[in-house]
Design a protein around this ligand. Structure first.
Ligand code: SF4
Length: 373
């Protein structure tokens, strides 16, 4: 079933490493809320025949919105879309924006999954990343979320920070596991062009982590989280059994999703589009009845095959029947040479139905996709 994504672009401050579309000026919040509801309604007519089973509020910092603001968005969604009663409904949150009262309020909404951008359990690292919360505040937020009744909780961590040692990364993982959340995402720090962090490196103020150390951290993460009961189901994502993120899996298995808000990307039929990355333009376009897309692309068969292989290898593997049903291609036969090479080198395992990367394969997934397929 398809999913629904909503991009809430407001943040209290801009973190130095972040290249998501987010703004710290909240003066257009009310106009934005009116526009996103209008966009939700305007797209609903072409999606009447679809039933949705996930909703994801990302950003930005959706946890800055009030319960009332969420209620009006939910009312619009539920009155215009066919949404399954057992949907996974996630809110991304910044620990510095949530106290127990707000979590209690959020629990009264249809939200049933909460994702915390923790990033580190070491205050100096949080300070370097310009996060607005301390390690203790993050721990308190997660504890509060559990007490408020959230059972499905993710926490995000970042590794390979400049000057970060293996010991400090191990400490971060141990703290994360102690909190016993159902899901952990662990990403390496990326120096994205256009971010403050990128120009800091340009000016020689910081260095990227040593590549071998980053690789060691990644391998340790896979082993440590696996031994703590988390199953890796994507390069950077680990879940307790049954708690894989249903919404994110849609991106990795090429399922459809409709998205609302500035910079949000949608994939419906064979069309993919991304909305404009500017709140003023977004509001003007929606209010004047235009499609807020910045560009629309048609996904042809060859792109679809490449994406299927790339996303499949990054996540739960390539299921041969799915591949045949989608592309009318026998994956095992067509790609027998690269498959054999992966198996010989221990980068993948195969059974009757699926080809899946091993931990060793995950570590070099980008190279595998680029060179073998
Ligand atoms: S809180 Fe999240 S979305 Fe906002 S600037 Fe920081 S990393 Fe980006």
């Amino acid at each position: 079933m398809p999913g629904i994504y909503l991009h809430i672009p407001f943040c209290d401050t801009k973190c130095i490493y972040c290249d998501f579309y987010s703004i710290t000026n909240h003066s257009k919040k009310n106009e934005f809320l009116a526009a996103i509801k209008k966009e939700i309604v305007s797209r609903s007519f072409e999606l009447k025949d679809r039933k949705f089973d996930s909703i994801f509020f990302g950003g930005g910092t959706p946890s800055l919105l009030s319960r009332e603001e969420f209620t009006s968005i939910f009312d619009t969604l539920y009155s215009h879309y066919n949404i399954s009663t057992d949907s996974e409904i996630t809110i991304e949150s910044n620990p510095g924006t949530l106290d127990r009262n707000k979590l209690d309020e959020f629990r009264k909404l249809p939200l049933n999954r909460i994702s915390f951008g923790v990033q580190s359990f070491i205050d100096e690292e949080l300070k370097f990343l310009t996060r607005i919360h301390s390690a203790n505040e993050a721990i308190e937020s997660i504890t509060n979320a559990k007490e408020a009744g959230f059972e499905n909780i993710n926490l995000d961590l970042i590794f390979a920070l400049p000057e970060q040692s293996m010991e400090s990364w191990k400490y971060n993982l141990e703290q994360a596991v102690k909190l016993n959340t159902t899901h952990i995402s662990a990403y390496s720090l990326i120096f994205e062009k256009g971010t403050v962090l990128y120009s800091m490196r340009d000016k020689g103020e910081v260095n990227s982590a040593d590549i071998e150390l980053e690789q060691d951290m990644y391998e340790y993460t896979m082993e440590f989280l696996e031994s703590a009961g988390y199953r890796q189901y994507e390069i950077s994502n680990y879940a307790k059994p049954g708690f894989e993120c249903r919404h994110n899996l849609k991106y990795w298995t090429l399922e459809e999703y409709i998205s609302f808000g500035p910079s949000a990307s949608s994939y419906i039929g064979n069309k993919r589009w991304t909305n404009v990355k500017n709140i003023g333009r977004y509001i003007d376009m929606v209010e004047s009845g235009k499609h807020a897309a910045d560009f629309v692309e048609t996904i042809d068969e060859s792109t679809s095959i490449t994406e299927h292989i790339m996303l499949g290898l990054r996540s739960r593997g390539i299921v041969f029947d799915d591949f045949y049903n989608k592309h009318n291609i026998d994956f095992e036969k067509t790609y027998s040479a690269p498959i054999q090479s992966l198996l010989n080198d221990g980068y993948a395992v195969k059974n009757n139905s699926t080809l899946k990367l091993t931990r060793k394969g995950y570590a070099v997934c980008d190279e595998i996709v680029a060179t073998l397929f």
